[in-house]
Design a protein around this ligand. Structure first.
Ligand SMILES: *Cc1c(COP(=O)(O)O)cnc(C)c1O
Length: 224
């Protein structure tokens, strides 16, 4: 597996260099951008060389898949951080709170309530992001743009959730920059510090617009 270890390290280095260049080029904050390596669909033996190469933050979009794939890796590497980046059903709140370290996809009252109840029960209080449907797309998850600020306040004040930031997936096939800029504006209005935005095709643009977290899958792991 020397080969895959080498290429994992090289791909990580390539993405990290591009992130750092984007961050410097655009000057402004953030001070640092966190790379969330999106490992969905890839098995543990593909992921492990990336951990060995120094990557400790990963994103998965399905609770069930994380439950099957990550316990072994977590046992071996205790300081991993796993982000849930896919839609969450309230009946999966218990598993999600048990398996993940950050929930990026809080987008409705029912989920906020279920997560809050489960975090209290388990005494495991995870930072969350509110997902915003930044393009107003019917088929996409996320709280509507015009309700985002109120929803953040509600999550905090009614449910006692720690809302660290906002997250979005902009519409396909359009320049993402204006959507990222809009999320940054909403983030300031909502009083959150962090912005999870940007994927393999547009993470540099996202960093230019203030991303604190980029979620990169295929550029690291290859085609799914
Ligand atoms: C799959 C996925 C990503 C990563 O997408 P790539 O284009 O492979 O980098 C990022 N965010 C979310 C929410 C995803 O589901």
């Amino acid at each position: 597996m020397a080969n895959s270890a080498e290429s994992a390290a090289a791909r990580l280095e390539f993405i990290r260099t591009r992130m750092e260049k984007a961050r410097r080029r655009f000057g402004a904050p953030p001070e640092a951008v966190e790379l969330v390596a999106v490992s969905k669909t890839f098995p543990a033996d593909v992921i492990e060389p990336f951990i060995a190469a120094g990557q400790h933050v990963f994103g998965e979009n399905r609770v069930q898949e994380a439950k099957e794939k990550w316990p072994g890796l977590r046992q071996k590497y205790p300081d991993l951080s796993l982000h849930l980046i896919g839609p969450l059903q309230s009946n999966k709140a218990r598993e999600a709170v048990a398996r993940f370290d950050v929930i990026e996809t809080v987008d409705r009252e029912k989920i906020a309530a279920a997560l809050a109840a489960e975090m209290a029960r388990a005494d495991r209080h995870l930072p969350c992001f509110v997902q915003v449907n930044i393009g107003g797309e019917e088929q996409k998850a996320g709280v509507p743009v015009d309700q985002a600020v109120a929803f953040v306040r509600n999550c905090r004040e009614v449910h006692g959730l720690t809302i660290a930031g906002l997250m979005c997936i902009p519409p396909d096939g359009q320049p993402a920059g204006p959507y990222f800029a809009h999320l940054a504006t909403l983030g300031r209005a909502a009083g959150v510090e962090q912005l999870s935005m940007g994927m393999s095709g547009d993470f540099e643009t996202a960093i230019a617009m203030g991303a604190t977290h980029v979620r990169v899958g295929s550029a690291l792991f290859g085609k799914r």
